[in-house]
Design a protein around this ligand. Sequence first.
Ligand code: DLL
Length: 433
Amino acid sequence: MGIFKPEVECASRDEMKALQTERLKKMVKNAYENVPFYKQKLDEAGVSPDDIQSIDDIVKLPFTLKTDLRDNFPYGLFAVPNSELVRIHASSGTTGKQTVVGYTKNDIDVWSESAARAIVATGGSKDDIVHISYGYGLFTGGLGLHYGAEYLGATAIPVSTGNTARQLQIFQDFGSTVLCCTPSYALYLGEYRRDNNIPLESLKLRAGIFGAEPWTDEMRKQIEALLGIEAYDIYGLSEIAGPGVSFDCECHNGMHVNEDYFYPEVIDPETLEPLPDGEIGELVFTCIGKEALPLVRYRTRDLCSLNHEKCACGRTTVRMSKPVGRSDDMLIIRGVNVFPSQIEHVLLQEGMQPNYLITVDRVNNLDTLTVDVEMNLDTFSDTVKDLEKAKKKLEAAMQSTLNVHASIRFVEYGTLPRSEGKAKRVIDKRKIK
Ligand code: DLL
């Protein structure tokens, strides 16, 4: 299969380190000179940009957390003036405020090239018709793959999410060859095809690029059978760029990190010390190729391991294992990130008690989110109509903050379990691992 940029993706370790060193030096200088937050952080740590002489010196640098983005909301960590920005995206924050990310023209190119590499790794070329059913909007999925497809010279179809019948119709009418969406939606599309007797022969799909949420090899096999394709994993996060930070090749044995742009480390989340290959810890990225938001050692909270061995596909770029979980409480519901703290925030804003229980399940391969909420004695109403109205209002507030539907169930005051220690607020019934 093809490799988009062999001189980088198949570089020797020494060549890669030289490139990373050059880029790290430049980005640390940029962050130090243009982001007051980083100037202060580095000064406090007693590190000057001149102390960074090799990529291995990265361990001298302080970490960046999601809360740092929130505390500097919305543009405080940007290293360029607004006039240099060409795009903004956002993802869920831990409370009411979103995490805002920005891109210069060059940053969009870096990201698009990264996503193009992922498409090429599936055997993709400019002949492909790339059907994009990730959401378009502030979420990076839709536009990330869209720009990747165009960067490659392939044809992008910006279908976005929803309307399953229409998605199938477009597969047939436009001859889509590569499908991009969340793995759970891919499974749903496959089942819809089967249940509506749409023959596989009427589709030209050959590959799928699925990510934004955890999924298993088992699920991969099911999707492949239902859609008659080969399914590939893709990983990314808004803070670092979006989809394409790393991607699966035909060996399906770990995702190749575009480490010339996004330098990965795996650390012990307790001691914060770097861990050797093969050991599971928290994934940390430094954006060594980006201008607008040059994050230094950003703690992703995703748990995985790294592998620097050369891959059978010919690429030498480091591979990350599928994330096995997170070191925080973030949930991913239909590809949308949800923090329990956001739900609590909405409840309090709406004048409810902070006694709640979140249940996540998977029904017909689609995630469901239910929130049991204790009724306040003062808001308690015995007319069904009033309760229904209150429920609708709360559901609308949840939808607007979380960007995903949450079913509200009112329960009587005092009936949810009280805990003496850390409250258990989430029951996740999905069997993903
Ligand atoms: O989910 C970007 C993306 C879009 C990736 C489309 C792939 C495809 P965020 O909304 O910022 O960005 O969420 C990032 O999603 O920290 C992981 O916890 C999780 N995640 C993303 N890809 C995968 C994957 C996009 N392939 C968060 N497997 C990350 C497991 C994933 N988890």
